[in-house]
Design a protein around this ligand. Structure first.
Ligand code: F0G
Length: 367
């Protein structure tokens, strides 16, 4: 197990921001010692991981808590948190001499894969559920030059098709351990931005459950390294129409796959692959899993937008989830919470237009 001097490591992380090593322009690769070791010339980076932590006084009062901030992972190069894991997964694929990369996706994984594969000069194959991904994500995948395979059905059907793909391709879904290693860095980014003060709760949206697994692991590693002295509690928030994990958490039984139905298309996953690993993290942190309905997600998305921040619907599930947990008394009024926003507002413009349907151009507005 890696041993570090916590104070020295915190200083080294600050100093690396000023380094001319191109890897250290990345908030992921600055944490080099915590990542799988790969040859420096295999590293494929777009400068991911330099994301803001936004204080949100209005979000705090919306949720009914004392302190709320957003770690906005939608501010990554392709507009979602996937870049944190993809930089490591595509670098590892390049180092291993893979002939290409492939994934199944509700859109963000595929956009990110397409961009990093393009940087690496590797062909990429995106299996997407036909008609169920946002236009912006489809547009990105096309722009970055990936091959698109449309599959009838949901994300889960696309994922099942992956097994039949032939050729020496690296699968870069979050079942790929390199993805988790990269995404765990979000925990360190959050802590560093807070001066290593641990929040009481961290809310994360849950779909295929790779991200909650990764972030939970990141906090546990930070604890084991002596960078922090306790763990935050994880709240994994699913959309009510795609909440098999929330149900399994409630019943204590195995997860029962379902056909997902939610307007938060990014997290429309009925058979999440990492549910056991995510459950391990939720339990280790004394956390919870819950579901919020699409109307609550829309309402929270509106609130995040009106504060000048904005995000895609799946991300807004976090604020809706914190509000619900405050109402049920699980989260206390004086809680200090960080919500992880996973996707940029422009990832799903149709969702914004739907929420604000019926808006009128106001010729008489005082401008
Ligand atoms: N938020 C956004 C914006 C997402 O795109 C996803 C997953 C999640 C949250 C959930 O994260 O799956 O690790 O639990 N998107 C995947 C994709 C399914 O294909 O882009 P998770």
């Amino acid at each position: 197990m890696l041993r570090i001097d916590p104070t020295g490591y915190k200083r080294a992380l600050r100093e690396r921001r000023a380094s001319s090593d191109p890897r250290f322009a990345s908030g992921v690769w600055r944490l080099l010692e915590l990542l799988p070791s790969l040859p420096a010339d295999s590293v494929v980076t777009l400068g991911e991981g330099n994301v803001p932590l936004y204080d949100s006084p209005r979000g705090a009062s919306y949720a009914g808590v004392d302190g709320l901030a957003y770690l906005h992972l939608g501010m990554n190069p392709t507009g979602s948190f996937k870049d944190l894991g993809m930089t490591v997964a595509v670098s590892a694929a390049k180092a291993a001499g893979a002939r290409g990369v492939a994934c199944a996706s509700t859109g963000n994984t595929a956009s990110s894969m397409a961009a990093y594969a393009a940087r690496a000069g590797l062909p990429a194959y995106a299996l997407i559920p036909r008609g169920r991904i946002s236009k912006a994500k489809l547009a990105q995948i096309l722009d970055y030059g990936a091959h698109i395979v449309e599959v009838d059905g949901s994300f889960d059907d696309a994922f099942a098709k992956l097994a039949s793909i032939e050729g020496d391709l690296a699968i870069v879904n979050s079942t790929n351990p390199y993805r988790i290693e990269g995404q765990k860095c979000a925990a360190f980014m959050m802590l560093e931005a807070r001066g290593w003060r641990v929040p009481e709760w961290v809310a994360v949206p849950g779909g295929n459950l790779g991200n909650s697994t990764a972030i939970g692991r990141g906090f546990r590693e930070a604890l084991a390294l002596g960078l922090i002295d306790r763990l935050p509690r994880l709240a994994v928030v699913q959309a009510a129409g795609a909440a098999p994990f929330a149900r399994a958490f409630e019943t204590g039984e195995d997860l029962l796959p379902l056909v997902p139905q939610t307007r938060a298309s990014a997290i429309a996953v009925g058979s999440p692959k990492s549910w056991r690993a995510s459950l391990h993290e939720v339990r280790a942190s004394d956390g919870v899993v819950l579901a919020v309905d699409d109307d609550a997600i829309d309402d929270a998305k509106g609130a995040i937008g009106r504060e000048g921040i904005g995000c895609e619907p799946a991300s807004a599930a976090t604020l809706a989830g914190i509000r619900a947990l405050r109402r049920s008394g699980v989260v206390g009024a004086n809680a200090d919470v960080v919500a992880v926003l996973t996707g940029h507002v422009l990832k799903d413009a149709d969702a914004s237009l739907r929420i604000h349907e019926g808006f009128r151009s106001d010729a008489h507005a005082a401008v």
